[in-house]
Design a protein around this ligand. Structure first.
Ligand SMILES: [Zn+2]
Length: 333
C-alpha cells in the first residue's frame, strides 16, 4: 500500500482526540481505507465501512476536514442513523456546506423569490422540448411553436400542442414542487416566477406564481381571446364564440412576453433578500438579468455547471437539492 492520504479528519472532545480516515491505493489500483489510530487494524474496502467503524464517536467529534467525494455518503448515513439536531449541525456544515449556507439565507430572509426553468420539471418526467433529443418528430419546436405555424399550418400546430398537453396530463408535481409550496405556506417563499408552462407549481399548491412564458393549461381563441377548455382544443373544435382558432396561452416564438407577469416578477425580485434560481442557467436575455435586480443573495441550483455570478452555486438536481435544503432548515437556527 502506498501514498496514504487523509480524506476525513475529526476533532473530538477529551478522549476522542483526533481521528482520521485515510485512503491508499492497492497494487491493482483499488482504493483501501483505514482509520489512523488503528494503524495495524483492519482495512476497509470502502469509505463508508471505515466511517461506520467510528460510529461510537460520531456524537463527540466535529469534522474539520472531509473530502468532497464522501460528503453525501456521510450525510446520508448520519441522517439514516437518526442523530439529534444538535449533533447533526456540525456535520451539516462539513457535508453540505453550500446547502447549509442556502438554508441560513432562507431562514434570515424577509423576502425570497424562486425562479424556475425546465430543469425544475425534468424530475416529473417532462422532456425538454428545446433540447435536440427532445425534438418531436424530428421537427424543431422553434418552427412549430410560432405565430406563423398557428396561422399557416394549424394542423401541425394543433398536433404539436395536443401531443404536449396529452403527455402533461399524466405528469404530477414532484417533492421539490411540494417543498416550494410548503415554504410559501411557512412564509419562507414569497413568489415563484417560472419559465415553465406546465402549471406544476400551482398543482403542488403554490399560490403566488408568475408564469413568464404563459401556460399550457389555459386556452383561448386566437381571434377574440375568449377562453376555451382543454377538451375543446383536443377535440379540434373552433372557438364557440367566433369560430376562430383555439390555442394554448403559451407564449409563441415571435410573440411578446406577458407584461404583467414580468412586471410583477421584476418588482418582487428588486425587493428580495434572496433569489433562488432552479433548473435554468439563465443565459437568455431578459431572464438572465432578473436575479441580479436584487441586492440580496443569489443562488443557482442547476444540473449543468455554467460560469456564473451567483453567490452560491449548487450543481445538482432540483428535487434532491430542495429535499436536502428542507432537511437543513430544521437544523439551522
Ligand atoms: Zn373566438
Amino acid at each position: 500500500m502506498k501514498n496514504w492520504e487523509t480524506v476525513m479528519q475529526l476533532v473530538g472532545d477529551g478522549e476522542s482526540g483526533r481521528i482520521e480516515i485515510l485512503r491508499g491505493q492497492s497494487e491493482d489500483n483499488e482504493w483501501v481505507f483505514k482509520t489512523k489510530e488503528r494503524e495495524e487494524a483492519k482495512q476497509y474496502p470502502n469509505f463508508l465501512e471505515a466511517f461506520k467503524s467510528l460510529r461510537t464517536v460520531w456524537n463527540h467529534v466535529t469534522p474539520s476536514f472531509l473530502n468532497s467525494l464522501y460528503r453525501e455518503q456521510v450525510w446520508d448515513e448520519l441522517t439514516n442513523e437518526g442523530l439529534t439536531k444538535e449533533n447533526l449541525k456540525p456535520w451539516a456544515k462539513s457535508c453540505l456546506p453550500e446547502m447549509f449556507q442556502v438554508a441560513e439565507y432562507i431562514k434570515a430572509s424577509s423576502k425570497t423569490v424562486v425562479f424556475t426553468g425546465a430543469g425544475m420539471s425534468t424530475e416529473s418526467g417532462i422532456p425538454d422540448f428545446r433540447s435536440r433529443s427532445g425534438w418531436w418528430k424530428q421537427v424543431d419546436p422553434r418552427t412549430v411553436a410560432t405565430i406563423e405555424a398557428l396561422e399557416q399550418d394549424y394542423p401541425l400546430f394543433h398536433e404539436f400542442y395536443s401531443m404536449r398537453m396529452r403527455s402533461l396530463q399524466k405528469i404530477k408535481p414532484h417533492d421539490g414542487h411540494n417543498i416550494l409550496a410548503e415554504w410559501e405556506k411557512r412564509g419562507l417563499v414569497h413568489l415563484v416566477a417560472t419559465q415553465n408552462v406546465d402549471g406544476l407549481h400551482q398543482e403542488a399548491g403554490s399560490q403566488h406564481v408568475e408564469e413568464l412564458h404563459g401556460s399550457i393549461k389555459q386556452l383561448k381563441c386566437q381571434q377574440c381571446e375568449k377562453e376555451a377548455t382543454t377538451d375543446e382544443f383536443l377535440e379540434g373544435k373552433p372557438c364557440s364564440h367566433c369560430g376562430g382558432k383555439l390555442r394554448t396561452c403559451v407564449v409563441l416564438f415571435g410573440e411578446a412576453l406577458p407584461q404583467q407577469a414580468w412586471k410583477q416578477s421584476f418588482e418582487t425580485i428588486k425587493e428580495a433578500d434572496v433569489v433562488i434560481v432552479i433548473g435554468t442557467s439563465l443565459e437568455v436575455y431578459p431572464a438572465g438579468e432578473l436575479p441580479f435586480l436584487s441586492n440580496g443573495k443569489t443562488i443557482l441550483i442547476n444540473l449543468e455547471e455554467v460560469e456564473n455570478d451567483f453567490d452560491v452555486t449548487i450543481t445538482g438536481k432540483a428535487k434532491e437539492t430542495l429535499q436536502r435544503i428542507n432537511e437543513l432548515l430544521v437544523i439551522v437556527e
